[in-house]
Design a protein. Sequence first.
Length: 99
Amino acid sequence: MQANSPFLFDARSIAKRFRHAAIFGALEALGEGESMRFVNDHDPLPLIEQLRRRYQEQLHIAYVQHADGVVVIDFTVHPAGTAQGCGSGDGTGCGCSGG
């Protein structure tokens, strides 16, 4: 994986109505090869499905911890050319949102 530690994103501290938008924004800010460590109080299955549809194979999703009341997931952006999907190819992350 990468030498740098993942950026922490603790969804438990964000109001539920803003969580998905904040998560998508944080993922869009990641550069190729960077990871975000997502922490939540439940398994975000609808979010995972949205991410898989939106980012396809460019986003690697790995559960780190799955216990009662704590779910930790690492989201890693694949470098351009190593996975099929929607990559911008310019080193700026996925670029799905166009901004």
